[in-house]
Design a protein around this ligand. Structure first.
Ligand code: IMP
Length: 178
């Protein structure tokens, strides 16, 4: 039974798993013969990172960043936990849970680009391009989604629901402030 917080399921666990494997095959082909550094943003991208990394056939390293927001809804963020290792001369793929306004991704790309990686790409589980403010390059995306707040597969509402295996639209009647 789905929790009452859910209005409808957008993508089932089977659909998510299958699509992640397809995108992993695209990435493996693109980076064939090279090592790949996956950089994921805590905490939302962790579930996607694990599923994706297991399906890749190129050698993979992983590292994590954490960010915190300030300035209300203006999209201003700062790095609260930085990478453990340098990325100089590495092929880096930034792993995102969702690219929404694109403001977070733009900030992170600027920060990572300044560290002289050999290449820098973006891979996101979800893309809500209708809300884009900052035009950022998205190299790999699993799903385009409508303009609704979603949960599951790492995405939270008040820190809950990250562990759902599917992607669902939150029920606004049960979660009045959304
Ligand atoms: P941005 O607007 O592209 O900067 O996205 C910022 C962050 O907001 C994302 O990385 C997510 O953590 C969070 N976020 C955006 N939309 C949703 C959603 O529908 N559900 C849960 N988190 C979201």
């Amino acid at each position: 039974m789905t929790p009452p917080a859910i209005e409808r399921i957008l993508f089932t666990e089977e659909q998510v798993d299958a699509r992640i494997r397809e995108v992993a095959a695209e990435i493996s082909a693109r980076y064939e013969g090279r090592d790949l550094k996956l950089v994921a943003v805590l905490k939302g991208a962790v579930f996607f990172l694990c599923a994706l990394a297991r399906a890749l056939t190129v050698p993979v390293k992983i590292d994590f960043l954490a960010i915190s927001s300030f300035g209300g809804h203006s999209g201003q963020v700062r790095i609260a936990k930085d990478l453990d290792h340098p990325i100089e001369d590495e092929d880096v793929l930034l792993i995102e849970d969702i690219v929404d306004t694109g403001l977070t991704t733009r900030y992170l790309l600027q920060s990572l680009a300044g560290r002289s990686p050999r290449s820098l790409g973006v891979c996101t589980l979800l893309d809500r391009s209708v809300r884009r403010i900052a035009q950022v390059p998205v190299d790999f995306r699993c799903f385009e989604i409508p303009d609704r707040f979603v949960i599951g597969c790492g995405l939270d509402y008040k820190q809950l629901y990250r562990n759902l295996g599917y992607i669902a639209v939150l029920n606004p009647d049960k979660n009045r402030e959304v």
